[in-house]
Design a protein around this ligand. Structure first.
Ligand code: SAM
Length: 306
């Protein structure tokens, strides 16, 4: 039977640590998001002598890449998982990097002269943890979003003039709740989707099946959630699925990032796309029949400059 237990961050942290730490930055998504951030930073120089704060760092690889775009004195890698911090600190070879155990909400402590604040695939975790109902495990969109926005406002305050906020994550489609009609290419994939519908408390997928058992209609905003999650149960990756059951990765569309940072007076650039490997797997398993011209995009990178 499904684990619909009450989810708490400690449990999430433990499951994540056990499940999948090692393939995070080296894999398809890691390479894709690194290239997205490099595209956004191209031609830009970070304020001289400033610092980088990498929130939810996990690894210092991305912030070291960002540091190549300026004369950076220090890199603070912040993670609330002390186990990750201890291990990473022991293995760190770059003297500019300081590993600290702390929460994303501690950003106010960093003053107002930070050259870059990085949020690389962490904000969906803030959204999921803070937004989650302890009773049902469902994530309240408004609550999760408000938590993300509070952290982004604190990051904007911490920036030096010319400093940047950098974000990578999965992205909500602009089409919102537009119904999308989709066919699974095999009955096995339809079975995987039934399993997800049963075992995913975080966000109801609102799938309406047709009589053939293979065609369904789903809102665009949850179609992307389904596409993000289905390959773990499909591959029988139970450890990873145990983590993903507790997360929703899509909380903001590209235009919502633009509007949010625009209102804060920052200049915004976004890069939206899908790793080719993910697109190829989707096309093997699904056919989009109606409602969208093709598959929604998976990834967003955002640069917001002061
Ligand atoms: C998906 S991993 C991403 C790691 C790395 N930034 C990357 O892009 O590869 C998310 C990381 O954020 C950390 N994290 C989650 N919520 C956090 C919070 N509220 N404050 C600090 N770190 C957090 C987790 O422990 C984990 O290391």
């Amino acid at each position: 039977m499904t684990d619909h237990a009450i989810f708490i961050p400690d449990e999430h942290m433990r499951r994540k640590r056990d499940a999948y730490w090692t393939d995070l930055v080296g894999g398809v998504t890691g390479r894709y998001k690194t290239a997205q951030v490099q595209r956004l930073l191209e031609g830009r120089t970070l304020p001289e002598g400033s610092s980088i704060v990498d929130v939810g760092a996990g690894t210092s690889d991305l912030s070291k890449m960002v540091a190549e775009y300026g004369d950076i004195d220090s890199i603070v890698c912040l993670d609330y998982d002390d186990d990750i911090v201890q291990r990473s600190r022991a293995a760190e070879t770059d003297s500019r990097v300081q590993w600290r155990t702390g929460d994303a909400s501690d950003l106010a402590a960093y003053g107002s002269d930070v050259g870059a604040v990085g949020f690389f695939d962490i904000l969906h975790e803030v959204y999921s943890f803070v937004g989650r109902s302890p009773q049902t495990g469902a994530i309240d969109h408004a609550v999760g979003r408000a938590a993300v926005e509070d952290i982004l406002r604190a990051a904007a305050t911490a920036l030096a003039p010319g400093g940047v906020i950098l974000i990578t994550d999965d992205v909500l489609p602009e089409e919102g709740d537009t119904p999308v009609r989709v066919r699974t290419k095999t009955p096995e994939i339809a079975e995987v989707l039934h399993r997800i519908a049963r075992e995913y408390p975080s966000r109801p997928l609102e799938i309406a099946w047709e009589d053939d058992g293979r065609t369904f209609t789903i809102p665009a905003r949850t179609f992307i959630t389904l596409l993000t999650q289905y390959n773990k149960p499909k591959q029988g990756d139970e450890a990873r699925w145990a983590v993903e059951q507790m997360e929703v990765h899509e909380y903001m569309s590209a235009s919502e990032y633009q509007a949010f940072f625009g209102d804060l007076g920052l200049t915004v650039a976004v890069d939206v796309g899908t790793p080719p490997e993910a697109g190829a797997e989707w096309a093997e398993d699904f056919e989009v029949l109606d409602g969208l011209p093709g598959f929604p995009n998976k990834r967003v990178a955002v640069l917001a400059a002061k």
